[in-house]
Design a protein around this ligand. Sequence first.
Ligand code: AQP
Length: 332
Amino acid sequence: RPRILSGIQPTADSFHFGNYLGALRQWVNLQDDYENFFFIADLHAITVEQDPKVLRERTRRSAAQLVAMGIDPAKSAIFVQSHVPAHAQLGWVLQCMTGFGEARRMTQFKDKSAKQGEGAASVGLFTYPILMAADILLYRPQYVPVGEDQRQHLELTRDLAGRFNSRYKKTFRLPEPYIMKETAKIVDLQDPTRKMSKSASSPAGIVEMLDDPKVSAKKIRSAVTDSEMEIRFDAAEKPGVSNLLTIHSAISGTPVEQLVESFAGRGYGDLKKEVADVVVDFVTPFRNRTLELMEDRTHLDQILADGAARANEVAERTLRDVYERVGLALPG
Ligand code: AQP
């Protein structure tokens, strides 16, 4: 069966609706048709400073959330990136094949380093996309389900795969991003010109899946819209209203056009209230399941150990091919 692979960073106490609708929901929906590898990117997380205890806790919480949202450990390997050493090992090989200028073109580094000043940003933050290329290429997946913000990194991944294949021997499959057009960019509730983001959004701009549902409802009711009255979908002119329609439609399964019809003649207050209800109905059981899973440490550890065993098997095989082709002396 063709494979899919994707990862998420354990850099917050909770995933947010951008993560869920942009990427994680596709992981759940695709898992029956593919061989799946889903990982918690703790090595990526340390590209910015983390509190060690908090990072370890968030890694477990991330695993619990993945299971609670419907990733089935029987169908999908769920693992922690640092449990599979081949990620960092292939990362090094690929770093040695990436041009400095090529890495410099990555816009996410520009955005993220701008906040702290480029000189203060870690070299790891700079080489992040190359580690991401290694994460992906090890598994030779067909698709990588991600949000729009990752498209450029996927292009770099394909370039590096192609370069390796032509310099040595066909080793890697060129992966394709799997991006759902409708939910590729969920925007900040308070600043709908920007993406909803763990690091950049204000607390009122981001809906966290493990937040108290009452708090989430309040944030949605306070979302920034526009000075018109009409409820219609227009991401360029009406990003706030369109974002609310997108969130509603993705969770309720009602097509956007049908939602727009049902809101004809009604106001933004009604729309916000209905979106808040849909979100609350969705997050309440999710939150309860996550908290339950967090209680059973042994069960969660077992899921991660099984996932790492499956991932290591595939990743080590690819790494061996790479080392051999590059000319590293294999142990006798
Ligand atoms: N607003 C978004 N809309 C759609 N998809 C999104 N993703 C993130 N934000 C949105 C997708 O979520 C997946 C996992 O994200 P991540 O944790 O690996 O990375 P991230 O992009 O760093 O998440 P954030 O919230 O945007 O964190 P910061 O603020 O630290 O950058 C990815 O597939 C991503 O596309």
